[in-house]
Design a protein around this ligand. Sequence first.
Ligand SMILES: [Zn+2]
Length: 317
Amino acid sequence: MNQIWRKGFALLLSTILSCFLVIGIQNYTRAQQTPVTLETSLLTLEQVGDNIYALISDTDYPPANENIAICNAGIVIGDDGVLVIDPFHNQALGNLLLSEVVKLTNLPVKYVLNTHYHFDHTGGNKAIKAQEIPIIGRGTIREDMLAKNQESDPTPTVPNLVINNDSNIWLGERVVELEEVAGHSGGTDVIAYIPDAQVLFAGDILFNQKFPYIADGNILAWEATLDHLKAKYPDATIIPGHGEIGDRFSLDSLKGYLYELELMARKWQELGLSEAEAIASAEKIPEAYQDYRFQGLYQKNLKTAYQQITLKSAPKS
Ligand SMILES: [Zn+2]
C-alpha cells in the first residue's frame, strides 16, 4: 500500500513538474519569437521634461518572460546628442531603447549611463557596445558586474568610462549632473539630474510603491541619501529605478518604509530576539504596503534589517 502511494505521489509530482517545464518553455519560446516592442515589454514612453523621456516598466517580479523590462530607463536629448540611462537587462531591450531614441530625434546617442551595477539595469549594455557608444558607470561597477552578476548575466558588458567623483555630461548647451550617492548597491550608485528641466533620474535609490531590494545596500546610508535628495531637489520630477514617476513625496514614502524597518530591527535588538523570532513577529505585510509590488522582497528585507541593524553588521555603503 505504502509503495503504491509512493509511486502515485512520484507520478503526480513528475506530472506537475513537467507542466511547469512546458509552461516555462512555452513562455520562453513565445518571448523569443515575439518582436520586442514597448507593448510586449510592458513599457510606457512618458515625456518628463523638454526633450526628456522615461520608459516606465509595468511589471512585477519576476517578469512573465525574459523580454519584459524590469526597470525604468531614460532618454535625455541635448543640442548635439543624447544620453541614455539604464538600457534594461538584455540586448533585445537595449536595442528597443535605441530604436525609441531614433523615433524621437535624429541626434546620435553619445553616452549611456548605468545608475549601478545590477543586471536589470546593465544587461542591455550588449546592444550599446555593438553601436560603439561609451558606457558610463561609477566606482567598482566593472568588478561588481563581473563578480556578482554571474547568475543573471554570465557574460556582462562592463562600462568603459568609469567616474569616481561627481561629474557633468554636456550635450551641447544642456548639462546633466551626475552625483555619487550611497545606499543601494555597495558603492556604484549614481544619479543624473538635468537642472534646466528639474528632472532627476534616481536609479534604484528610489523604488516607488514597490518593495526595494536592500540586501546589497545599507539601510542607514540609504535613508540619509533619501533625506539629502529631498532637501536638494524639492521640486524635481523624479524617475525611480522601479515604479511610477514620482517626486519628493515618493522619496518620503521609501524613507518611511526604511525607517520603519530600522525601528523594528532596533526593537528586536532590545528584546534579544533571534532572527527566526524576529521574522515571525513581522510575518504579515502591514496594511500600508498591501498594494506594493515586489512582495517577494518583504521578508528578505526583514532579514537584511536583522543583519544590518539588530546584529550591526552593515556593509559600508
Ligand atoms: Zn533595479
